[in-house]
Every structure is written in C-alpha cells, then in structure tokens.
Design a protein around this ligand. Structure first.
Ligand code: ZN
Length: 75
C-alpha cells in the first residue's frame, strides 16, 4: 500500500480531442466513457503532470480552475 502518495500520482482520464477532464460514463454501455465537453469517445489516461503538459502545449497556458464561476452553485 502506498496510501500517502500525493494525488499527483493518480492517473486522470482526459479527452484526447479537447483535453477536458470532464469525462463521463455512457449509460447502458460498459466501459465506454465519453467527453462531457465535445462528446468524443477518444479518451486517454495520463498522470496529472503529463496532462498539464499536454494542456499547456495545446492551449499555450496552464490549466486555470475558475473558482469564481463555481461558487454560486453551492449556495
Ligand atoms: Zn472533449
């Protein structure tokens, strides 16, 4: 067991087309994930660090969590 490893070591599922992490499970179809942003089923896995690198190369900047857009939802 490696229970004290950081989340950085956890693999993430990402969309190979738009690099979104908004990956969902298709209902009724086993082991079929799809991108919640663009709908493709072309899903890959990578470490969060690898994904950040890919994101930066594609979009030219780091991934930014827009927290201010989310806060109204938990009111
Ligand atoms: Zn996508």
């Amino acid at each position: 067991m490696n229970s004290d490893s950081s989340y950085d070591d956890e693999p993430v599922y990402y969309c190979k087309r738009c690099l979104s992490l908004n990956i969902r499970q298709m209902p009724c179809v086993k082991n079929q994930d799809y991108c919640g942003e663009c709908g493709t089923t072309d899903i890959g896995t990578a470490s969060i660090e690898e994904w950040k690198e890919m994101y930066k190369k594609k979009y030219g900047h780091d991934f930014i969590v827009k927290r201010e857009l989310k806060w109204p939802y938990w009111c």
